[in-house]
Design a binder for this molecule. Structure first.
Ligand SMILES: Cc1cc2nc3c(=O)[nH]c(=O)nc-3n(C[C@H](O)[C@H](O)[C@H](O)COP(=O)(O)OP(=O)(O)OC[C@H]3O[C@@H](n4cnc5c(N)ncnc54)[C@H](O)[C@@H]3O)c2cc1C
Length: 416
């Protein structure tokens, strides 16, 4: 069978959908071929025993510039508090953003995450990342995340009890070898935004974008085997297209497009448990302790009650290396101050290619136009995040429009 389209997008993750919806809005005849069964790619959600279970713990950060592309109200987000719980010698301490929770200023100021100097360094680091112009952040000397935090005056205690476990849960690496430039951009989004979970799970983000395409434009269960200028080969036949956008995961993009390199993938294992009720008053992430395999553990249903069918608490606990549930159950229980026997194991998932590494030198805005009508987008072209995926999709749509609609005024193209 052979089909034709002006543009074929390979992959219905956030990058591919961001590109496709912008192209469709500009009047381009675009089709999206997706090997899996759902829209959203790495944002995948299933229901288990009535609980909303995302494929690995992830959140939507409204501080991402591209969050503006989403209808956040329609996602019915449930919110986390900004901050974390740090356990030291069995006692739980809240470290929260004092701008949001002035009543907790004293608790945060006295939390055992280092000296007053450490806390001042944390505040100064946050102010700089949150409010300096992006250009200035990107012009700053680049080093590893750990070197940057130390240069900002963060001492050992704050590093080991707060920054390392907090960032390990986001960067999916605990050597803090990630680029300081990515750390700055990430921290900026935490300072400026809030983090939440959609009522129907993270997959709802991708489904919202996919719903902007006309019926019949998204083709699930259609794996692409090869691409070439002007053509795409699937198991069902060949598509002819003026432009082909490869918006797959980095490894597949590197296989389909020999000139594209894939950064090392980061992996994460997430264990889901059910508790009879939440042990906490506030929706906060509990950080893993130094030496613990857990990087964090969190009662998801405290932030988004719709993740639970009946008021029981849904807990997600993550480790960087693959772990069995029985290896971490005691650590999960200790994190929440409950007995191991209170935890009912729901499921465990390991995601091997959760996100690509972002080591120095950070290659922001890697080329998306490969020539000959071939384009590539995905988190590996910008930053390993929802923001990076959506930004790369937007950039790719602009590049495709420049080629296919050269007479469209640049201002109109920019609005895509
Ligand atoms: C557990 C986990 C936690 C995360 N936490 C966060 C977080 O808290 N915040 C954050 O910002 N980011 C987080 N991320 C990263 C974020 O989810 C990704 O960066 C982003 O979703 C990547 O989108 P993408 O479109 O680039 O790629 P993908 O989502 O991987 O989309 C690629 C699509 O291409 C399809 N595909 C692959 N091969 C083919 C083929 N041959 N033919 C057709 N289709 C194909 C795939 O099925 C997929 O749908 C997390 C990721 C995971 C997995």
């Amino acid at each position: 069978m052979s089909s034709g389209a002006e543009v074929v997008v390979v992959g219905a993750g956030l990058a591919g959908l961001s590109a496709a919806t912008r192209l469709a809005a500009a009047g381009v005849d675009v089709h999206v071929l997706e090997s899996g069964g759902h829209a959203g790619g790495r944002l995948a959600t299933e229901r288990i025993d009535g609980f909303v279970v995302d494929r690995g713990f992830q959140v939507l950060n409204t501080g991402y510039p591209r969050a503006a592309d989403l209808d956040l109200d329609a996602l019915e987000l449930g919110w986390f508090e900004r901050g974390a719980i740090v356990r030291v010698d069995g006692t739980a301490h809240r470290v929260v953003d004092p701008r949001r929770r002035p009543a907790d200023v004293i608790g945060t100021a006295t939390a055992p995450i280092g000296s007053a100097r450490d806390k001042a360094a944390l505040a100064a680091f946050s102010l700089r990342a949150g409010y300096s112009p992006v250009g200035r952040l990107l012009a700053a000397r680049e080093r590893t995340a750990e070197q940057a935090l130390r240069a900002a005056g963060v001492g050992d205690t704050a590093l080991e009890r707060f920054f390392r476990p907090f960032l390990a849960g986001v960067l999916l690496e605990d050597d803090l070898e990630t680029s300081s430039r990515y750390l700055d951009l990430l921290w900026r989004s935490f300072v400026r935004g809030s983090i939440g979970l959609p009522a129907e799970g993270m997959q709802a983000v991708g489904e919202q974008l996919a719903a902007r395409l006309a019926p019949g434009r998204l083709h699930p269960h259609t794996a692409v085997r090869a691409v070439a200028p002007g053509s795409v080969l699937t198991d069902d036949g060949r598509w002819a297209a003026d432009a082909v956008v490869v918006a797959t995961d980095p490894g597949t993009a590197a296989r389909l497009l020999p000139g594209v390199e894939a950064a090392a993938p980061r992996q994460v294992t997430t264990h889901l448990h059910v508790l009879p009720g939440s042990p906490w008053r506030l929706p906060l992430i509990v950080l893993g302790q130094p030496g613990s395999r857990l990087v964090n553990s969190v009662v998801l249903s405290d932030a988004q009650p719709r993740y639970s069918p009946d008021g029981r608490a849904l807990v997600a606990s993550s480790t960087l290396s693959p772990t069995r549930e029985d290896e971490v159950r005691a650590e999960v229980a200790a994190a929440h101050g409950v007995a191991p026997s209170d935890l009912d194991h729901l499921t465990t998932v390991t995601v091997p290619g959760a996100q690509p590494a972002a080591l120095p030198p950070l290659q922001l805005r890697r080329p998306v136009d490969l020539g000959d009508g071939l384009y590539v987008c995905g988190d590996h072209r910008d930053t390993p995040s929802i923001q990076g995926a959506m930004a790369s999709g937007a950039r790719t749509a602009r590049a495709v429009l420049r080629a296919l609609r050269p007479t469209t005024p640049p201002d109109d193209r920019r609005s895509t």
